[in-house]
Design a protein. Structure first.
Lengths: 469, 428
């Protein structure tokens, strides 16, 4: 974005401090526009006629450096691109890299349906949400437009996920577009050879399109030409080579493109980037090796600037690190990841249910909470206010103490005598050294659980209910 | 009352209009702007630049009027008139001028000509840019040092199966990682010295170090047990028996007697690992103390800013390292040292070692034998992109794969060129 201080933004705001946006002052609102936690539409006065000009100016001044484009429609539609910085600590990265996994038109129908369901149903719980994958890329292997169109039809009947239609043959793409033209699919790809016809498709069907060339001069030519024709929904594929010098050059192209777009403000090339880790499968036949290498390629390009990628392997040991690394890189470093402190119920606890102590670091809390609820353990769980720090670091840093634990129950009005008939609480294994302190301060019996909350169910079998003293 | 604006009227209508001044324009009654065709960018293209500008302004007007502009585009499009050839262009991008300060070069190990007994040495650092960037090639590749323990320890099954035959002998263990697994260096962890474990004496621990030095001829890292009271004494004694070998002493930290470790490094010619826990300012402080207060030379300092596993704080570890490296490159002389990562920490993530997900809602996690090594690889790879130079690792496959990718990005891996033009039709 072209503005980088709240003061600059403030000049364009109504400056009446009416607080309708939820902030006390226009200046505070300006700061939220800068960090992109609020939108212009959150300021009702700005939407009035008298401010229309300012509104429009701000809109373009606040637009992200890298163009944001949308693929698909409805709740599964994905925003791609939209970044403003080269390093996550400078703000945060927006719109996590979109993962599209491939299917192809020579698959038997049942095989196709199963594979799509595998893609669409993949989920991994993490910090209170499920990590999932986003799109299906349909490859035309047959070269037959009709066959491709019918595969695309089957895919679109099977899943709501947005589609990437892959072929270098405009006739093939056209046949598929006829089938899914209402779904705003992404088409792959326009090249130096087919660009004219693909541009026509993009215009006629109003769909986003990938431009592909591993020569950055040509890629820029394509980008300029398409934009001149009024096609704005563009993604750049600088070619992903799987090995050797070619891979090193691929890495360099991504960095060059992003630097040109963000640091040098080269608007015409400030577009989302596509990577194709799938190319690992062109050089490795063995599924484990190919999955490993594909994940390695995916990781390199999650970190360095791919906004969307096409992958092949559906092995869980490949998909797990892929979705986790994406989450790692795109987690907003500005927001402390904590949950509200307090005492919560899991399931329907009774007087003989355990009382579990943990911290209010979101990763810790949700991990523990899901381990308990998924295993149907009825209990109370106390999230102690450790300023969003996990167990071990909070014990080391003094945020998890006996006094804090006592305080948590007091504030929640939780009376052990009334709620339990065991007057016992369970500390995390990694907080074992607090045991004596907690006993002294609370007068309760204190048990030490296992180091990892995933082991609580097994531990409970042996240790719960506590033996009478 | 409706008024339609025709294409032909547009020029004259908007010709003298300063669109920027539209602010005060009031529009009353039912105004219908029949602009469908005009708004079409292809048409605009056909009419040339001026009309394109008009179309652009009109879009804005319609937006102001609350027209669903984007829907207007979806009218039946006129046949696009497209340029007959691609617009010629050259892509160019500048170098990072602000990366002016190089990272300190640090050499580990010493050969006989330098007073040691290693057959080779490892030099880290010297970068003028972020890793693998085209601005300036990295002078040295990444290196891997593999973990050896002075007593059997708990390990994930996938790791343990590689070391069962050597688990009771640090020297055999060291030989194995160098001979079979391609370790560039060996780290001997003297964990049995911990008073809560075996309380092995510093003298006895030092013997283990001597054995390892005899068993292998690569540079070594000497690690304590992590006990802040015992480590300085243990490392001091180990440093003494390894005099002149330029070992890496792991680690000096703010919560122990770092001065004693620094002193041992100076006296017996070793390198100090300056370890802090995910805190850039603490890292500056410790480095400063090592240099100013303890007099450790710049070429004898390496940093470990702490490694958190993928899914367990890697976001902190990654950004901490990236910030440290960028600060170093842009002139912070308290942070421009090479970095080391305890990549083995990846095995602490439950995804790396648990048999299956404890959550029934999760998709199947697949066999853990495959999950563990890849967790170690991706944790290390991510940090290599942030600027980490040296990796402390455990699983042989993880070591091979991390070497392959870091050396590819470094530029030393050749491969048959791949034709990717037919990836769409590939049968895989
Ligand atoms: C990320 C991290 C940080 C982040 C913390 C981010 C955050 N919001 O918590 C930051 C950078 C801020 C940090 C700072 C520090 N850290 Co730190 N940090 C880590 C790291 C890398 C990962 C911790 C983590 O997130 N684990 C994941 C969460 C989910 O684990 P958890 O909270 O423990 O929860 C699990 C278990 O405890 C258990 N569990 C939880 N609740 C319950 C309840 C019951 C009943 C049961 C049975 C089980 C259970 O199950 C959970 C899931 O497995 C670890 C090293 C490592 N690799 O483990 C060091 C580590 C925890 N940090 C450490 C230290 C020393 C510090 C600092 C003091 C360093 C310093 N000198 O500045 C500071 C303290 C900061 C503070 N308290 O204010 C040490 C602690 C050493 C010790 N044992 O005393 C560690 C172990 C590193 C090390 N090897 O030295 N740290
Ligand atoms: S709603 Fe708009 S005018 Fe009112 S305080 Fe917020 S920013 Fe200012």
């Amino acid at each position: 974005m072209k503005l980088n201080s709240p003061l600059q933004v403030y000049k364009y705001l109504p400056q009446i401090n009416c607080a309708e946006c939820g902030d006390a002052t226009c200046m505070a609102f300006a700061a939220h526009l800068i960090d992109r936690s609020k939108k212009l539409e959150d300021c009702p006065p700005l939407l009035k006629d008298e401010f229309k000009k300012k509104y429009l100016e701000l809109e373009s001044l606040l637009a992200p450096e890298v163009r944001e484009i949308i693929v698909g429609r409805g709740e599964h539609a994905k925003k791609i691109g939209g970044d403003d910085v080269l390093y996550r600590h400078q703000l945060t990265f927006f719109n996590p890299t979109t993962f599209a996994y491939d299917v192809w038109d020579t698959m038997a129908e049942q095989e196709l349906v199963d594979r799509i369901n595998n893609i669409a149903n993949f989920r991994k719980f993490y910090v209170g949400k499920f990590l999932k994958v986003d799109m299906v890329a349909v490859r035309c292997v047959s070269g037959d437009a009709l066959k491709f169109a019918s595969a695309v039809k089957k895919v679109s009947e099977t899943t709501e996920l947005p589609l990437v239609l892959c072929s270098f043959d405009p006739a093939v793409l056209r046949a598929a577009l006829e089938v899914v033209k209402d779904k705003n699919p992404l088409i792959y790809a326009a090249t130096e050879k087919n660009w004219g016809e693909v541009a026509e498709l993009a215009l006629n069907y109003k769909v986003p399109v990938v431009l592909s060339s591993s020569d950055l001069d040509k890629l820029r030519s394509l980008a300029l030409t398409f934009q001149e024709m009024g096609i704005k929904e563009l993604i750049l594929d600088p070619g992903t080579y799987p090995q050797g010098k070619q891979l090193k050059e691929t890495f360099e192209r991504c960095i060059k493109l992003r630097r040109a777009g963000i640091k040098e403000g080269q608007k015409d090339i400030a577009l989302p980037i596509m990577a194709l880790p799938l190319s690992a499968w062109l050089v490795y036949n063995d599924a484990v090796t190919a999955s490993y290498w594909e994940t390695v390629l995916a990781s390199v390009f999650i970190v360095r600037y791919a906004d969307i990628m096409i992958l092949h392997g559906l092995e869980p040991y490949a998909m797990l690190p892929q979705v986790h690394l994406r989450d790692t890189i795109y987690t907003d470093p500005r927001t402390p990841v904590k949950v509200a402190p307090g005492v919560n119920e899991i399931g329907s606890p009774t007087k003989d249910s355990p009382v579990i102590i943990t911290t209010n670091f979101a990763l810790t809390y949700y991990t523990v909470e899901s381990d308990l609820s998924s295993n149907k353990i009825n209990c109370y769980i106390a999230a102690v206010d450790t300023d969003g720090i996990g167990v071990e670091a909070a014990v080391a840093g003094g945020q998890l103490t006996a006094a804090k634990i006592k305080d948590t129950f007091q504030k929640a009005g939780f009376d052990f005598k009334e709620k339990t008939d065991h007057s016992t609480l369970i500390l995390p294994g990694l907080a074992a050294r607090l045991q004596g302190d907690v006993e002294d301060v609370t007068g309760l019996r204190v048990m030490i659980g296992p180091p990892d909350s995933g082991r609580i169910p097994g531990w409970m079998e042996k240790n719960w209910p506590p033996k009478p003293k | 009352m409706t008024k339609k604006i025709k294409l032909s009227e547009l020029g004259s209508l908007l010709g003298g209009l300063d669109i920027e001044a539209l602010e005060g324009v009031k529009i009353e009654g039912d105004v219908e702007l029949d602009l469908g065709h005009m708004l079409n960018p292809q048409m605009a293209y056909a009419l040339g630049h001026e009309a394109a500008q008009i179309a652009h302004h009109l879009i804005n007007i319609s937006r102001i009027l609350g027209y669903p502009v984007d829907q207007m585009f979806s009218g039946t499009a006129a046949k696009p008139i497209r340029p007959s050839r691609l617009i010629e262009s050259k892509f160019s991008v500048g170098r990072m001028e602000e990366w002016k300060t190089p990272i300190q070069e640090v050499t580990l190990g010493a050969t006989s000509s330098d007073g040691g007994s290693r057959s080779s040495t490892v030099t880290l650092g010297g970068e003028h840019a972020l890793p693998y960037y085209f601005d300036n090639p990295m002078p040295h590749r990444n290196y891997i040092t593999m973990d050896v323990f002075d007593m059997p320890i708990n390990m994930a099954k996938a790791v343990k199966s590689n070391y069962e035959d050597v688990i009771n002998s640090p020297s055999e263990w060291a030989k194995k990682v160098v001979r079979d697994f391609g370790a560039d260096m060996v780290t001997v962890h003297l964990i049995s010295t911990d008073p809560n474990i075996k309380d092995t004496s510093p003298a006895e621990a030092a013997k283990t170090v001597e054995e390892v030095l005899q068993a292998v001829d690569v540079p070594i890292v000497i690690g304590g047990s992590g006990n802040p009271e015992k480590d300085p004494v243990v490392l001091e004694k180990a440093a003494e028996v390894a005099e002149g070998e330029r070992c890496l002493l792991a680690s000096a930290s703010l919560n122990l007697d770092y001065a004693r470790i620094a002193e041992a490094a100076k006296k017996y010619n070793h390198v100090v690992l300056s370890w802090t826990q995910l805190e850039i300012n603490a890292q500056k402080e410790l480095n400063r103390k090592l240099m100013k207060q303890c007099g450790v030379a710049r070429e004898n300092i390496l940093m470990d800013p702490t490694t958190a596993a993928l899914g367990y704080g890697l976001d902190y570890a990654y950004t901490n390292m990236e910030r440290i490296r960028l600060a170093g490159l842009t002139g912070d002389a308290e942070l421009n040292f090479p970095m080391s990562s305890g990549t083995t920490n990846a095995w602490g993530a439950r995804e790396a070692w648990m048999v299956a997900s404890p959550l029934k809602e999760d998709s199947d996690w697949g066999p853990r034998e495959y999950r563990g090594p890849i967790w170690e690889i991706i944790t290390g790879l991510t940090l290599s992109l942030a600027g980490n130079d040296l990796f402390m690792m455990m699983h042989p496959t993880a070591v091979q794969v991390l070497k392959e990718i870091t050396q590819t990005l470094y530029g030393s891996k050749e491969a048959e060129p791949t034709n990717i033009d037919n990836w769409i039709t590939a049968v895989i």
